[in-house]
Every structure is written in C-alpha cells, then in structure tokens.
Design a protein. Structure first.
Length: 231
C-alpha cells in the first residue's frame, strides 16, 4: 500500500482530471466494498459469540427457513426443505429476527399446532377426542407432554379448535405437520364430522356443477343439473 501511494503520483497523466476522477471512483468502490465486508465480519463475530444457532439447527431467518449447513464470518447458509441452499450475509442475519426451532426441541419438545373449524352442532368433547386421536397416530409426536386442544374462538360459522402436539424432530417439522393434518382429516372423516375451516359453503340442490363440461355436451338450463348429453 505504501508503494502504491508513492508510485501513483509519478505515473504519466497522474495530475490530469480524468486520472483523478478515475482514482476517486476506484477509491469509493474500494471503500464501499470494504465497509460491507467489515460489516459482515463484525456481524459474523457477534453471531458466533451470541450462539443464536449452531450447525444443524432448524431456523427461520427473515423469510428463509431451513437447516443451518454453514456459518462463517461472512455468511450463513441454510438448506430449505426443498434442498435449496440459501446464502444470507451475516449483516442481514444480525438485523433479522431469528427463530430457532431446535434449541429446546430435545429438552422440552417443539410444539406443532394446527387449527380446524367445526360446526356448533358437534360436541366439543368429541372434537377434542378426534384431534387427540389424530395426534396419537402421527409419527414423531410425543406421548408426553400429551397433545392437547384449546378453543381458539367462537366464529360466525364454526368453533375454532387448535391442536398442539410436541416433537423432538425439529428437522422434520414440515413433514410431521403435514402427516398430522392428514391424520386430522382421516379422523374426522371416519367419525362423519364435517370440517368447516376456514369457511365452507356448498349449495347443490338444483344448481349446476362447477366441473368444466366437454365440448360435445349441451349447455344445461339454469337450475338444471349438469348431466352429459346422451347419444
């Protein structure tokens, strides 16, 4: 650096306006680039010592979520459930909200929640039983602490129920939640209980179906069922 400072003024046209303008531009680029790098370095150091997350943790940083696969002084990399690698500069990580799903998953369990809306004609005890049955069928859901149900609200068309179940597999959170919701659908279907969540309205008495017709089918009359034309 000292050599450059000594040599540059001795270069041909060093005193020209063009050369001085280019020098200012290059200096500004180096300054801005180095400030960004320094910011990432400082942020990376802070993240290491605060221990907000470790390699292998399942986290959500801003709008990105996934498993932490790399944490360096300059950047953090996440692997999403779709096997996408998301690289986030540490300066952005430090300024974003960080949700770590793995921190207490082993010791206390990570709580997964799913909500359904059930009609007022169904007894709440039946709903609780069906939701708990669905949780017991789901792999990686813990028996202790026991899954439980709370009433979320008395809405216009249905009662809102929320099932809360715990797991230690934070790395499989999306798959476990998906299986849990499948088992909820199966449990209510087996019991003949209709799920009205979020809002479900269907009137089929005399109304045509919304299924698209083929080109060789007649246009049904208003209010008539949508039946295919016989040859």
């Amino acid at each position: 650096m000292i050599v450059l400072v000594d040599v540059i003024p001795r270069l041909p046209l060093a005193s020209s306006g063009f050369f001085q303008g280019v020098s200012l531009l290059v200096g500004a680029m180096v300054t801005l680039g180095s400030s960004s790098a320094v910011s990432n370095l400082v942020s990376g150091t802070v993240l290491i010592y605060t221990r907000g997350f470790q390699i292998g943790d399942y986290v959500e940083i801003g709008e990105a979520s996934g498993e932490v696969v790399e944490r360096s002084l300059l950047k953090t990399q996440l692997r999403t459930p779709l096997n996408e690698i998301v690289t986030i500069p540490n300066s952005r990580v430090l300024n974003a909200s960080i949700v770590n799903y793995s921190t207490d998953a082993q010791a206390r369990g990570l709580v997964l929640a799913t909500t359904v809306g059930i009609g007022y004609d169904v007894d709440w005890r039946t709903v609780h039983e069906l939701l708990e049955r669905a949780a017991s069928r789901t792999e990686h859901v813990l028996a202790e602490p026991r899954p439980y149900v709370i009433q979320k609200g008395l809405d216009d068309f249905a009662v809102g129920y929320e099932l809360r179940a715990s797991t230690r597999r934070a790395d499989r959170m999306p798959a476990i939640r998906s299986e849990l919701q499948q088992n909820v659908l199966d449990a209510f279907r087996e019991a003949g209980v209709e799920i009205l969540s979020p809002r479900y309205t269907a009137v089929r008495d005399g109304n045509p179906s919304t299924v698209a017709r083929r080109a060789d089918e007649d246009e049904p009359a208003p209010g008539a069922p949508n039946t295919p034309r016989r040859p």
